[in-house]
Design a protein around this ligand. Structure first.
Ligand SMILES: [Zn+2]
Length: 57
C-alpha cells in the first residue's frame, strides 16, 4: 500500500494514511477491505511504479 486515501468497501468511511504496509481494519465497522480514492496504488494511475510524479499536497 502507498500513502493516500482509501475508502471502506463496507461502510464507506475514508481512511487516510501516510505510509503503511497494510491497512488496519476499519475503525467504524472492522472491515478490512478498501478501495483506493487517492494514492500511488490508485487504479486510475497508469504507471503506479514509476514514482516520478511531483505532488504538492
Ligand atoms: Zn467500515
Amino acid at each position: 500500500m502507498s500513502a493516500g486515501t482509501y475508502r471502506c468497501t463496507q461502510c464507506g468511511k475514508d481512511l487516510t494514511v501516510s505510509s503503511t504496509k497494510h491497512l488496519p481494519p476499519c475503525s467504524a465497522c472492522g472491515n478490512g477491505s478498501y478501495r483506493t480514492i487517492t494514492g500511488g496504488d490508485s487504479v486510475d494511475d497508469p504507471y503506479p511504479d514509476k514514482g516520478q510524479k511531483t505532488r504538492h499536497d
